[in-house]
Unconditional design. Structure first.
Length: 671
């Protein structure tokens, strides 16, 4: 058997491993004749043998491996040929340390990577090491590996069974790496035996799901079995009947078995069209439930309205199998740009009359979306407080048309009113645009609008009182950012490109995640929508640039030029954005930012090229003023920034309120 190729790394990866910036590594390569020669790659992007790099760093006293073993571990797996090979090796790690696991066949390169991981696991623990590798692998292949976010999994579980009611059997027929099953195990297995069953068509994901279960330490009462199977074509759990089905099925597939499954017994409500594989998953889920069992599926919004699926939707309504359709906010789960739907289904019991209404919930704009700022993160706590009680009340027949919970808009729509030629179940079509809770929100908006206008009047009075010196009057001499840098009054930290495997995540940002500010968001002046998890930030070390409180951040491209004082550090910044870190004993950050953001100042320092016009930060000018005087100027600049924010808030609130009033007038609801 040929020996495995040596693991190689780029200059950028060496910087990350050594915990320094890329410029430092380039400098080492120029200064030290002993720096390893490239072993592959190209002249523009050379690659170096990891073992040689490690030996050189150790010899030069620059080795940081002992500080973060995990940082050094990932290249061993990233160098394996292909996504499947790396996934198999990560699964083999779990199988090796699990008392009941037996690792499968491995290549020499995979065995080397697993041996390295076992060494790291002795210091960090097997569970954290496996979790680190699985997360890095998933994010590296984020477009191919889709998982259900933890908060959404909790919501699906809460919708499936009320508090105190614990199902005995749970199935996920498209379980991926097992996230939904593991959440269900933690939620429902306490004090009683729980059977968790999963199926996954990809054998690598099956092994990873099993390994994840072994590493998660589920309560001893949970019995988890995951099998490799193409669920729609050859169901691994064909004989099972379960209390709950949880599923985030694959979307928009065409090769799901449409032709060969034409007479399948699962299609009680009709043979799903080739373009509607999601309705095949819906009917499959119903077929595996016991009478009265519950299924919760995450589906794209098109399933609720596409013409091809209208007959199946009508059948689900007539039999009472479909109980609720919930429109979630965009950003709830991949693909994050789409507002997905949750379908709540119940297996009809013989002799039980089907409900006469369908619960439709439009949570796509949950919370108070005030002003023209970016969409806030999903308020999972609010959804968990409102949606499960709402669905249970509807099931019990305790509420009727015009449901009005505090934080979501909803309606119990008569089934007979939905059975038209389209059978469109999109919640936004039926949920009242303004209910009592929305009216309360509008009242709060008016209060905030009045407050914003009042603050504008205060700021106007303060800023209009400012006077400038007469032309030709006394003025301070000027310096430049370059001179301040050479005098150590400032430090400049340029943004850097994220390393390979540093996929930015989007959607709801966890509290401990670090936001990533990209150039594309600068024209909109919105908050960062992307983020990195903490372990990514630790692993990337000096390879990424993190802002600090009171940094003066400058976007240098002329078309997106902007300057602000960092108030929400840390934030990851990328190329075309720099952070200036002033010495607080010499420079006031608000004074510095106010000077640098001057349009005239930026014009003087611009490159004025025909292609990519940029502002040369080092050429920007700053008045020479004592620190006490700088602070007086800085206070004025704070008020200017507050004026901008108040104007934007008042504008956004005004647009929202005029739109709401137009809806009231158009609906004939004016008092």
């Amino acid at each position: 058997m040929p020996s495995p190729s040596p693991v190689t790394v780029t200059l950028a990866e060496i910087a990350r491993l050594a915990g320094v910036g890329r410029a430092a590594v380039s400098n080492w390569r120029r200064r030290f004749d002993t720096f390893p020669d490239p072993s592959g790659g190209t002249d523009a992007s050379p690659r170096f043998a990891l073992a040689e790099v490690e030996s050189w760093l150790r010899a030069e006293g620059k080795l940081r491996r002992e500080e973060d073993l995990l940082r050094w571990l990932w290249p061993q797996f990233d160098a394996l040929p292909g996504r499947a090979s790396a996934g198999e090796a990560i699964a083999a790690l779990a199988e090796t340390v699990s008392p009941e696991g037996t690792p499968g066949e491995m290549t020499e390169a995979q065995r080397t990577a697993v041996a390295e991981a076992l060494e790291v696991a002795r210091a960090h623990g097997a569970g954290p090491t496996f979790a680190f590798l699985l997360e890095r692998w998933s994010h590296t292949h984020i477009r191919q590996i889709v998982s259900t976010p933890a908060q959404l999994a909790e919501l699906m579980i809460a919708l499936a069974a009320p508090p105190g009611e614990k199902p005995r059997t749970v199935l996920d027929p498209a379980c991926g790496t097992g996230g939904l099953l593991i959440k269900a195990g933690h939620h429902w297995s306490s004090g009683r035996k729980l059977e968790l069953m999963g199926a996954e068509v990809n054998p690598v994901l099956t092994r990873l799901a099993r390994g994840r279960v072994a590493m998660e330490s589920l309560p001893g009462t949970a019995d988890v079995r995951v099998r490799t199977a193409d669920t729609l074509r050859a169901d691994a759990w064909a004989d099972a009947r379960v209390d709950v089905v949880l599923c985030n099925p694959p979307y928009n597939g065409r090769d799901w078995g449409h032709g060969e499954l034409a007479t399948d017994a699962r299609w009680v409500h009709g043979h799903p069209p080739r373009t509607e594989p999601e309705l095949a998953w819906v009917q499959h889920a119903l077929s595996r439930l016991t009478d009265g069992g519950t299924a919760v599926l995450l589906l794209p919004p098109g399933v609720a309205k596409r013409r091809a699926g209208r007959r199946i939707r009508a059948g689900l309504l007539r039999t009472g199998a479909l109980r609720a359709v919930i429109a979630l906010p965009s950003g709830s789960a991949p693909p994050y740009g789409v507002g997905l739907h949750l379908w709540l289904l119940r297996k009809p019991s013989e002799g039980v009359r089907p409900p006469s209404t369908l619960l439709l919930v439009d949570a796509a704009e949950e919370g108070d979306r005030i002003g023209n700022g970016p969409r806030p993160p999903v308020d999972w706590d609010a959804l968990l407080r409102s949606l499960p009680p709402l669905t249970r009340a509807h099931e019990a027949g305790e509420v009727g048309e015009g449901l009005d919970p505090e934080s979501v808009r909803s309606a119990a729509v008569p089934v007979t009113g939905l059975l038209d030629e389209q059978v469109d179940l999109t919640p936004a079509r039926y949920v009242p645009a303004v209910g009592r809770s929305a009216a309360r929100s509008r009242r709060r908006s008016w209060e905030e609008f009045s407050s914003a206008v009042g603050r504008l009047e205060e700021l106007s009075a303060t800023l209009s009182a400012l006077r400038q010196t007469a032309e030709g009057g006394p003025h301070s001499s000027m310096t430049t950012v370059d001179e301040l840098l050479r005098a150590d009054a400032l430090r400049l930290h340029p943004g850097q490109a994220l390393p390979r495997g540093g996929a930015v995540q989007h959607g709801p940002r966890p509290p401990d995640a670090v936001p990533v500010l990209t150039v594309g968001e600068l024209p909109r002046r919105t908050e960062p929508t992307g983020w990195l998890v903490p372990h990514q930030v630790r692993a990337f070390g000096g390879y990424i640039t993190l802002t600090a409180p009171d940094d003066v951040v400058v976007a240098v491209a002329s078309q997106t030029y902007g300057v602000w004082v960092e108030e929400a550090a840390p934030t990851v910044i990328v190329p075309q954005i720099v952070a200036l870190r002033p010495d607080p004993a010499l420079l006031d950050p608000w004074f510095l930012a106010g000077c640098l953001r001057s349009p005239e100042n930026a014009r003087r320092a611009g490159s004025h090229s025909t292609h990519a016009s940029r502002v040369d930060v080092r050429r920007l000018r700053v008045p020479r003023l004592p620190l006490a005087e700088q602070r007086r100027y800085g206070d004025a600049f704070r008020r200017i920034v507050e004026l901008e924010r108040a104007l934007a808030r008042a504008d956004g609130l005004g647009r929202e309120l005029t739109a709401a009033l137009s809806d009231v007038l158009a609906g004939g609801r004016l008092l």
